[in-house]
Design a protein around this ligand. Structure first.
Ligand SMILES: Cc1cc2nc3c(=O)[nH]c(=O)nc-3n(C[C@H](O)[C@H](O)[C@H](O)COP(=O)(O)O)c2cc1C
Length: 303
């Protein structure tokens, strides 16, 4: 039986719904020897800003029960180096590259997207889980006005799909998804990490130099599934589900909850070939269950 694994994310057609989650797959190239990058629906690269950023001082990552916590501090090579040194090396793969972008003010986001428009980047994913320096560190994720402006302006300068990556940490995620749809976002992805704290009792110090970190992995899967499902009831644009996806079953659950595609994050640290395995697993599931198209699974949760 020939099954159809393609999905359409705001005009971007992917050969299957499996993407990498930003920050867990480097710039793609680091994983070349572990997974055939041609197998992936899309490669979402580490968050990119206008200028290079060194990130936080160590310790930046710690294991937690059923997950990890990180405070990398958005380390990145900057948009110019990404375009001149990283992107050309991914050209040999027939897999779209989506640039996850961030800034410390709205202007920074817009300029980064504008610069990427003249590159082979297939889409941008806007990470709004960042503090706005011009508003005293207020998270963009809880600032509907800033997010509206950002999307409208980025749509003017970036001509391919614009995905907004939502934060689980602030306010009402369904309302923010609605703001994204109303202002022209082509898709939303969710969730980013949940704020956490890990303590060393002996030293009574945090295990992460930044004190707080972002929790990811299996621990957050039920939270992510609930948010994906709630958002799917609110908006019509495609949803990309993220959070604790460790295997094919997890990925399929996100589709049932209402996602059109998924991103794999923390699982890459356990098995760097997991994205290819899940892509194959979804195809096998369709064949075994005689389901013509992966889109037939999206939003089929019954209750
Ligand atoms: C080490 C690390 C770095 C991350 N860096 C970024 C980033 O630069 N931009 C972003 O939007 N999300 C970043 N994330 C969040 C992931 O893309 C993802 O949303 C989150 O980890 C939840 O998915 P998971 O449970 O499958 O890991 C990072 C996560 C980890 C673990």
């Amino acid at each position: 039986m020939k099954v159809n694994t393609t999905v359409n994310i705001g005009g971007l057609v992917l050969k299957n719904p499996v993407m990498t989650a930003s920050g867990t797959f480097g710039y793609g190239l680091e994983f070349e020897e572990y997974v055939n990058l041609n197998k992936l629906g899309a490669i979402v690269v580490k968050g990119i800003a206008l200028n290079p950023v060194k990130g936080n001082k160590p310790q930046r990552l710690v294991e937690t029960p059923a997950g990890i916590m990180n405070a990398i501090g958005l380390q990145n090579v900057g948009v110019e180096t990404f375009i001149s040194e990283k992107l050309p090396l991914l050209k040999k793969y027939a897999t779209p590259v989506i640039a996850n972008i961030y800034g410390t003010d709205v202007d920074g986001y817009i300029k980064t997207a504008q610069r990427l428009n003249d590159s082979a980047t297939a889409g941008v994913e806007i990470n709004i889980s960042c503090p706005n320096v011009k508003k005293g560190g207020l998270q963009f994720a809880s600032d509907k006005e800033a997010v509206s402006t950002m999307i409208k302006e980025i749509k003017k300068v970036f001509t391919r799909p614009v995905i907004v990556k939502l934060s689980p940490n602030t306010g009402n995620i369904e309302e923010m998804a609605q703001v994204c749809e109303d202002n022209g976002a082509d898709a939303v992805s969710l969730i980013n990490t949940l704020v956490g704290l890990s303590i060393n009792l002996k030293t009574r110090r945090p295990n992460i130099a930044n004190v707080f970190g972002g929790l990811s992995g299996p621990a957050i899967k039920p939270v992510a599934l609930a948010m994906v499902h709630k958002v799917s009831k609110k908006v019509k644009i495609p949803i990309i589900g993220i959070g604790g996806i460790m295997n094919t079953t997890d990925a399929l659950e996100f589709l049932v909850a209402g996602a059109s595609a998924v991103q794999i994050g923390t699982a890459n640290f356990i098995d760097p070939s997991i994205t290819g395995i899940i892509a194959d697993g979804i195809k096998n599931y369709l064949e075994d269950n005689k389901i013509d198209s992966v889109t037939d699974i999206t939003g089929t949760l019954e209750y």
